[in-house]
Write a protein that binds this ligand. Structure first.
Ligand code: THU
Length: 157
C-alpha cells in the first residue's frame, strides 16, 4: 500500500482589478453575464464567459425551468453554446461569477461537479489547458487548468 496525495495550486487575487488584462476582460464578461440569468426559482444568478484561443469571448447564464431538472447552470449554457457555435475553435479559459439581489457575491461561486466534467471534456477537445477564473467581489481564484478543480478526470472512453 502507498499513501498518495493530490495537491491543488491556485492563485488568489483580492479583486478583478489585480488580474492580468486578458483575465480581467474575461472576468468582466462573466460579471456582465450575471445579468443574463433567468433564475426565478433560486434567485441565484450565475454568469459564465468562455474565451477562445483568438481572444473571442462568448457568454452564458443559468436558465431555470418550472420542471427543475430541465434548467441548466451558467457554465454548461456557455460551454455548450461555445462548442455548438464555434465547433472548430479551441477554448482556453472560462470565468464564472454569481450575484444575488443585484449584487455580485463576495466569495467566488464554485462550479458544480457536472459543470467541471463538461469543462474537462472541452479542455480535452481543445487540446489546450483551459484556465478557470472564479470571480467574487472581494476574492478571485484562478486555476490554470480544469484538472485542478477536478482531479482524476473521467476520460476513459
Ligand atoms: N448554478 C450555476 O449556474 N452554476 C453552478 O456552478 C452552480 C449552480 C445555478 C443553477 C441554479 O439555477 C442556481 O444556480 C441555484 O442552484
Amino acid at each position: 500500500m502507498t499513501n498518495k496525495e493530490i495537491k491543488i495550486a491556485y492563485k488568489e487575487y483580492s479583486s478583478v482589478d489585480e488580474l492580468p488584462s486578458q483575465d480581467r476582460l474575461l472576468a468582466d464578461a462573466a460579471i456582465e453575464a450575471v445579468e443574463l440569468a433567468y433564475a426565478p426559482y433560486s434567485n441565484f444568478n450565475v454568469g459564465a464567459a468562455v474565451m477562445f484561443e483568438d481572444g473571442e469571448i462568448v457568454k452564458g447564464a443559468n436558465q431555470e425551468n418550472a420542471a427543475y431538472p430541465s434548467g441548466l447552470c451558467a457554465e454548461r449554457t456557455a460551454l455548450f453554446y461555445a462548442s455548438a457555435s464555434r465547433p472548430d475553435k479551441a477554448m482556453t479559459a472560462i470565468a464564472i461569477a454569481a450575484g444575488q439581489n443585484g449584487k455580485l457575491c463576495e466569495s467566488p461561486a464554485t462550479p458544480c461537479g457536472a459543470c467541471r466534467q463538461v469543462m474537462a471534456q472541452y479542455q480535452t477537445k481543445s487540446g489546450k489547458a483551459m484556465s478557470v477564473l472564479l470571480v467574487g467581489a472581494t476574492k478571485v481564484w484562478k486555476f490554470e487548468k480544469v484538472d485542478d478543480l477536478l482531479p482524476l478526470i473521467f476520460d476513459s472512453i
